[in-house]
Design a protein. Structure first.
Length: 108
């Protein structure tokens, strides 16, 4: 995975498995510079106040949450728009890395 899309809800924030396994691994990979992490706030919850997630980019941040936006399709469209530059950053980073790898590999 290149982008970890965290769907924030009361249930996802309370899940021991998500916190201890999925989010912990994503955090390690993010710290190493391997992946981007972004969040989508599905419903009212404490994601914005979370010590780690609150520091990361939240998609559709101009909306309180998906559930609180009427119509919801408006918030989902903003998620789509906000995700495009993230995808482009990841794409550019992969291109730079592949060029760096191939440029360093010639041997005489």
């Amino acid at each position: 995975m290149d982008i970890f899309l965290f769907i924030a809800s009361a249930a996802s924030l309370a899940s021991k498995y998500i916190k201890d396994v999925e989010l912990a691994r994503a955090r390690e990979r993010h710290t190493a510079g391997d992946i981007e992490i972004v969040t989508v706030k599905l419903e009212p919850c404490g994601a914005d106040d979370h010590k780690f997630l609150g520091k990361l980019q939240r998609l559709a941040s101009k909306h309180k949450s998906i559930a609180e936006t009427d119509p919801r399709s408006k918030a989902w469209e903003q998620v789509r728009k906000d995700l495009l530059p993230v995808i482009e950053r990841v794409r550019e980073r992969k291109i730079r890395r592949s060029k760096g790898t191939s440029a360093a590999s010639p041997r005489a």
